[in-house]
Ligand binder design. Structure first.
Ligand SMILES: *Cc1c(COP(=O)(O)O)cnc(C)c1O
Length: 496
């Protein structure tokens, strides 16, 4: 059976998996979704004992129906290798009454590595299948994490080049150092004089410039994006939820067929949507717990059925969740509307024009499997401290949002279902907030000294990703005016 993909805004647009991955976004502004979410070919508990790569293969081949088994296997082999600092790829750690699915063992020590280490291979394979001869040029604007994960994923991948723009004064020192020290013959990093929105708008303008697109095609380049709305980023994320379940069965923590809860610290809604896809594939899931920080648009949405982005943007200690428009939610809305593209397009029009929309009672009924929650800044810090004191387990600020929300959920509902919490970043990535939460005395310390303290306190080794940037050479020094982004791109490509 061949799974095709449709736009969430126009059901007449149908593409194959490889076409959806190349296109990224549909021409009508919609997101690609499978016409029907495929079922797992086996019972999830029968995957107990399988390796991460084996589980990933079972999941991916259900979605990537126009890829051959060999192609999928090759992509998986290239992605989940010794770039990860553990053979398990995504280990499950039990601490203080929950299971933490550690998704931060890749190159950039955050969960985006799980998808961005395979996307370049899915993309180059798709290009081959579609007979695309041009070099694929990834353009990305980043506020920090995505840029580094994309750079690490695409570095030295044949047939690709990547250009990352970041706001010169809008990323942390560690994040900047991670990016400007990136090695690889095909990577380019550019600081722009402006904020994240300027960088993002600049990239959008380049994508929208038809004249430039034609000129670049003539010169042998095709622009593409590594954005989280690409189905090629969503599908690999489904795999780790199936893997987590298989592990729980393998270790006797649940019995075959038992349901689990999954709690996810949520920003753009990609990670938790992958868990929902896993549920629809047949994974036994009770509740999906959607955890927000103080930017609690999603919590309000699950409470009221009204999505309203008209509010102040709050800067928190979990910056990767500081988001007011969660792009991937559109895929859930579409399903809640009964795969009705017209209905979804209407709601998205409201969002664009009024900054809000309201779903019907019937659609709300369809979202009963989700529970929304949020954690305030002081609750996040308390949670980090609590886990450290009670289990000697140190978690990062994003994971702590989900952990705190789950703790409150459990107290309120007395739900005893075994729960998996997606652990999305290494505490080393946010060592300042993490260490200050454990003890105020760390507040004034210098970044790398803090990491040494964290290593001592948690009894864990400093990840290679951090060790490397301590001494790594700065390789990228280009700074450009925000209006010059396009000419910088042309200059980079003419020199390649
Ligand atoms: C991106 C990110 C998130 C949010 O994930 P979404 O898929 O956007 O919901 C949470 N935590 C960390 C550390 C992230 O980098």
């Amino acid at each position: 059976m061949d799974i095709l993909y449709k736009s969430t805004r126009n059901s007449d647009i149908t593409v194959t998996a490889s076409q959806a991955i190349i296109k990224g976004l549909s021409e009508d502004g919609g997101l690609f979704v499978p016409v029907e979410i495929p079922k797992l070919p086996v019972n999830p508990w029968d995957l107990a004992g399988k390796t991460y790569k084996e589980v990933a293969f079972v999941v991916l081949r259900q979605f990537l129906s126009d890829y051959t088994d060999e192609e999928i296997k090759e992509c998986i082999e290239k992605a989940y290798d010794d770039k990860f600092d553990t053979k398990e790829i995504a280990p499950l750690r039990q601490a203080d009454g929950a299971f933490y699915l550690e998704l931060f063992h890749g190159k950039t020590i955050a969960f985006k590595d799980m998808a961005l280490s395979i996307l370049p291979h899915l993309l180059t394979t798709a290009a081959k299948k579609q007979n695309i001869k041009e070099k694929i040029v990834i353009l990305t604007a980043t506020s920090g994490d995505t840029g580094k994960a994309a750079l690490a994923g695409f570095a030295d991948v044949p047939g690709t080049a990547i250009i990352v723009f970041y706001p010169r004064d809008g990323v942390s020192r560690i994040q900047e150092k991670q990016m400007v020290t990136q090695t690889g013959d095909n990577v380019n990093v550019v600081a722009i004089k402006g904020n994240f929105d300027d960088a993002q708008n600049g990239v959008k303008e380049i994508f929208g410039n038809k004249g430039l697109e034609e000129k670049m095609l003539e010169e042998g380049y095709r622009f593409s994006s590594a954005n989280s709305i690409n189905i090629g980023r969503l599908v690999p994320q489904v795999a780790y939820y199936v893997y987590a379940y298989a592990k729980l069965v393998e270790t006797g923590s649940v019995m075959a067929g038992d349901k689990i809860n999954i709690a996810v610290p949520t920003g753009n809604f990609g990670n938790i949507l992958a868990a929902y896809y896993a549920k629809n594939m047949g994974l036994p899931v009770n509740k999906l717990i959607c955890a927000s920080n103080e930017n609690k648009v999603l919590f309000d949405f699950f409470e009221s059925g009204v999505y309203d982005k008209n509010r102040d943007f709050i800067l928190t200690t979990s910056p990767s969740m500081d988001i007011l428009v969660s792009s991937n939610l559109e895929r859930l809305i579409y399903m809640a509307a009964g795969n009705n593209a017209e209905k979804n397009a209407g709601l998205m029009k409201d969002l664009k024009e009024k900054g809000k929309y309201e779903i019907s009672e019937e659609m709300k009924e369809n979202l009963k499997g989700f529970v929304g929650g949020f954690a305030k800044e002081e609750e996040v810090a308390e949670e980090i401290k609590h886990l450290y004191n009670n289990a000697r387990y140190v978690i990062d600020t994003h994971t702590a949002v989900a952990s705190s929300v789950y703790r409150k959920y459990k107290e309120e509902t007395k739900d005893k279902t075994v729960t998996v919490i997606a652990s999305t970043a290494s505490p080393y990535k946010f060592s300042r907030s993490v260490m200050s939460a454990i003890d105020e005395k760390y507040a004034g310390m210098e970044d790398f000294a803090l990491m040494d303290e964290l290593s001592r306190t948690s009894g864990t080794a400093i990840p290679a990703a951090i060790e490397e940037i301590r001494t790594a050479k700065v390789l990228h020094t280009t700074v450009c005016d925000k209006v010059m982004m396009q000419s910088v791109v042309e200059k980079i490509l003419s020199g390649n």
